[in-house]
Ligand binder design. Structure first.
Ligand SMILES: [Zn+2]
Length: 867
């Protein structure tokens, strides 16, 4: 489904990993919140009232000004078991004017605004088909959206686009609006001449009516699909055509952005070949179209054969230096198999859509960018999931207790889902894993699936019964917390390795069974690999080796989802950072060295930032220098601000923000901003870091950045807005207020909201709370999704009535759940984030003291021992 707006798109690399390492509390059962909110009940797929075989939507008028449609929807259906006297469809607020059968006979119906129940003239016998045509007019508030210019955004293009997932298409055509049923579809749409209209499948015909000033587009899809995948997108689009591959490709984009669209979608043909080959299953539809629309409420949506993408995924040449949207494009394309061809039968099993799309997006990274990038991406997925697990809630992957399906489209469904598939691959080995994937696709194509269908396909293809695997990963929550250490027994030439599972068990969190790879490296000898089947609380393994190993790799590649505490000494960590072939091993070594913060650890980290061959390790080593917070670490970072890879440089600049109150770090960041950098993202990060450094002069530079720095999607100004929030300088309030107003970039407005919330502390926060509460009336989804958590963080009870009103009226489930969580937390008076913030402040003060002590100690030691 919807590729969430939140995470990767526009966010770039994050340092969530570091946060979750510091606060990681996954071991403590009291530390995780339950997922369901008060009043949530188990949800089951609805009954299928009739076997709907085909849906034909004919929109005779698309009223762009009124945001309305006039349409006739014709459904061909049969009875599952006759005789069938009436059928009911999901249909929200459709102004139905008539229902007729295939002979044109009017039928009686009952329309309560939620369901349309039609009484069939003659009861339908089992196996017999009939056709119903429903004529209606609708002004949809969900499902179908009309973009128009307004005072704030006079340049907004006139476009219409749909977003059906999870259950919103019922707002613009009557249907069985649940994924447990599939039908073929057809869309015949008449639009004002000059607009192009896109729907699913192939374009059967287009026809101009010069007299009426309209054009009619007729689309048809012969492969059955779920109602939520039916799409419509219309606008004054330029068309990009690529007929060079096995599948015809089309892209539609607002005129003037053709080059940006070509840039964003450049690797679509390569992705198409890769997925079809790896799955041994050709792309299943006649055409693959991608359309960019403005103000889209997700990152992307995999409508069958016709993906919708946000136009914020269009980026310019300068952004292309260190940014692309391959992950988004690959994600939606992967859904054409996983989601569209094989569809989760009910939302609780939606990881079969989202976990798969997220994993196959990563598999394209492996294909295109290699193993290191792939493992780093999976490591970030793991951090994202662990952050949700320790800071928000723990839940099983298959979760059926929720208010609205969108509630479960989270870091479990996407990121953890991808990690579960990666562990399945680890368990089976590559050959058997891909054989199982192919069998799963071939045996379930055009059908709906639940988790047991995957388990069965794996067993049929490989003989492996993995019920235990799915039991722990899909139907339970959490992950193993491993404590490990090793020692050398010189008398027997043995390494003694201990692995303990320390997570407390409860009904949700089991004792896990995982296959942990361990590799012992002895200089001058071949590595000794071992696969340790961990399933008990404690394992002790004795391994005979020719000599003491210099490196013990525990789970190289980070193939098992876990939290890990692995004890080594500093020498081992330094050698691992310098020489481990596994990027995650090097990153873990860097993080451990950052905590040590000794002069030798800092020197090793600085060398890694300068010399490591993978930018991800360079960036993480830089962040570890930030965590070390010694003067030597700061000096090293300042000297590394010119390293070549922009993503590594961004890590360096990010790390400098850790030096609070440090004039030298702040001056270096200011200089970078005044001078400029080839990368938007490095400048944005520098602005944010400058705020984090919290010196008084920072505001002047940030204000200058706000005045001067134009960038794609306001990336740099967003960094400065973030920085103003970090700075906690109330003089920034007027500027921040100004940036919350309509007319500004919507993502930047959200950043201004979040910054204001950080300034809302102490006595005089009432004016800010008032402004934020006013923003709960805003039209922008992005603004709401920053404002609600901001009010939660502030913990202001005065916001509760407005949050309650919003929860009751808003039609976006994400907004509703955010409100409910905010209300719960404000009421409980346990605003977690303010607690975290105050603990962080205390921690920072202590670390600052440590840093000063370390510096004094190092200075004394450097003087040498008196003679
Ligand atoms: Zn998705």
């Amino acid at each position: 489904m919807p590729y969430p707006v939140r995470v990767r798109l526009l966010a770039g690399s994050s340092n969530l990993g570091v946060v979750s390492m510091i606060t990681g509390r996954s071991g403590d059962p009291a530390a995780y919140h339950p997922f369901p909110l008060p009043g949530d009940r188990p949800v089951y797929a609805p009954d299928r009232i009739a076997d709907i075989r085909h849906v034909r939507i004919e929109i005779s008028e698309l009223d762009m000004e009124a945001g309305a449609i006039t349409a006739t929807c014709t459904l061909r259906l049969a009875a599952f078991a006759g005789p069938l006297a009436s059928v009911a469809f999901d249909a929200v607020d459709l102004g139905v004017s008539s229902v007729v059968d295939e002979r044109g006979q009017s039928l009686a119906y009952d329309n309560d605004g939620r369901r349309l129940t039609v009484r069939l003239g003659r009861p339908l016998e089992e196996g017999r088909e009939t056709e119903l045509s429903i004529s209606y007019r609708a002004t949809p508030h969900r499902g179908l959206y009309f973009n128009r210019p307004d005072d704030g955004y006079p340049a907004r293009p006139r476009q219409v686009w749909s977003q059906g997932q999870d259950q919103d298409n019922r707002h613009w055509f009557p249907c069985h609006d649940a994924p447990n049923h599939k039908q073929t579809s057809e869309m015949i749409i008449t639009v004002p001449r000059g607009l192009f209209a896109l729907s699913n499948g192939r374009l059967v015909s287009r026809h101009v009516d010069a007299g009426a000033g309209t054009e009619t587009f007729h689309w048809a899809l012969d492969v059955p699909h779920a109602s939520y995948l039916v799409t419509l997108a219309a606008g004054d689009f330029a068309e990009l055509v690529d007929e060079g591959g096995a599948v015809p490709l089309r892209a539609y984009v607002q005129r003037g952005r053709e080059e940006d669209a070509a840039r964003a979608l450049a690797r679509t043909p390569e992705m198409m070949r890769f997925f079809a080959e790896r799955l041994n299953y050709p792309y299943p539809y006649p055409l693959y179209a991608q359309v960019f629309v403005a103000d889209f409420i997700f990152g992307g949506m995999e409508n069958t054969g016709a993906t919708t993408l946000t136009d914020t995924a269009l980026y310019d040449e300068r952004a292309a230096l260190d940014y692309d949207v391959d992950s988004l494009v690959a994600h939606e394309l992967a859904h054409q198999w996983f989601g569209d061809l094989l569809t989760c039968r009910e939302w609780p099993h939606a990881w079969l859509n989202e976990g798969f799309a997220t994993y196959w997006e990563a598999l394209f990274t492996e294909q295109h960018n290699g193993w290191d990038e792939f493992r780093y991406e999976m490591w970030k997925n793991a951090n994202h999931y662990r952050d949700e697990d320790s800071n928000h809630y723990r839940r099983p992957l298959v979760e059926r207790t929720y208010r609205q399906p969108i509630d479960i489209f989270d870091g479990h469904l996407y990121e953890k889902g991808s990690l579960v598939l990666d562990m399945l691959r680890h368990e089976l080995g590559d050959e058997r894993f891909f054989r199982a994937m192919q069998h799963y696709v071939h045996s379930n194509a055009r059908r709906t699936v639940i988790t047991s269908d995957l388990a069965r396909a794996v067993e049929e293809a490989t003989g492996r019964n993995l019920d235990w695997f799915f039991e722990q990963w899909a139907y339970h929550g959490g992950h193993p917390a491993l404590d490990s250490s090793w020692s050398w027994n010189p008398d027997h030439n043995q390494a003694v390795l201990t692995v303990k599972q320390t997570q407390p068990q409860d009904s949700l969190t089991p004792l896990f069974r995982v296959s942990l790879d361990v590799v012992f490296h002895v200089r001058g000898h071949e590595p000794v690999p071992l696969r340790l089947p961990v399933q008990d609380k404690e394992h002790v393994v004795h391994v005979a080796l020719p000599a003491r190993p210099w490196l013990v790799q525990l789970d190289p590649g980070d193939r098992v989802l876990k939290s890990l505490n692995f004890e080594r000494d500093e020498v081992q960590e330094r050698e691992q950072l310098a020489e481990d072939l596994d990027v995650i091993g090097r990153i873990r070594a860097a993080q451990a060295l950052g905590k040590r913060a000794t002069p030798s650890a800092v020197a090793a980290l600085a060398r890694a930032v300068r010399e490591d061959r993978f930018w991800g390790v360079q960036a993480e080593a830089a962040r570890a220098l930030g965590a070390a917070r010694t003067t030597a670490a700061r000096d090293a970072l300042v000297s590394l601000m010119d390293i070549a890879h922009p993503k590594a440089r961004r890590g360096v600049v990010d790390a400098l923000g850790a030096f609070k109150g440090d004039g030298i770090a702040a001056a270096a960041l200011s200089t970078l901003l005044r001078r400029g950098d080839s990368s938007y993202f490095v400048e944005a990060e520098a602005a944010k870091s400058l705020g984090r450094a919290r010196i008084d002069e920072a505001l002047e530079t940030l204000t200058w950045v706000m005045a001067e720095k134009e960038s794609w999607e306001e990336v740099i100004r967003r960094g400065a807005l973030d920085g103003m929030g970090e700075l906690r300088d109330r003089r920034a309030i007027p500027l921040l207020m100004q940036w919350t107003r309509p007319g500004k970039n919507q993502i930047a407005r959200g950043a201004a909201v979040a910054a204001l919330a950080k300034l809302a502390r102490g006595e005089d926060k009432d004016d800010l709370v008032e402004r934020l509460t006013d923003l709960l009336e805003d039209d922008s989804f992005r603004v709401l999704m920053r404002t609600i958590p901001a009010l939660k963080d502030i913990g202001s009870e005065s916001a509760i009535p407005a949050l309650e009103r919003l929860a009751a009226r808003h039609l976006d489930g994400r907004v509703v759940r955010a409100c409910r969580v905010a209300i719960r937390d404000i009421r409980a008076g346990t605003s977690r984030d303010s607690e975290v913030a105050s603990l962080r402040d205390r921690l920072e003060a202590i670390e600052q003291q440590n840093r000063e002590l370390r510096d004094r100690l190092a200075a004394l030691e450097a003087r040498g021992t008196p003679a």
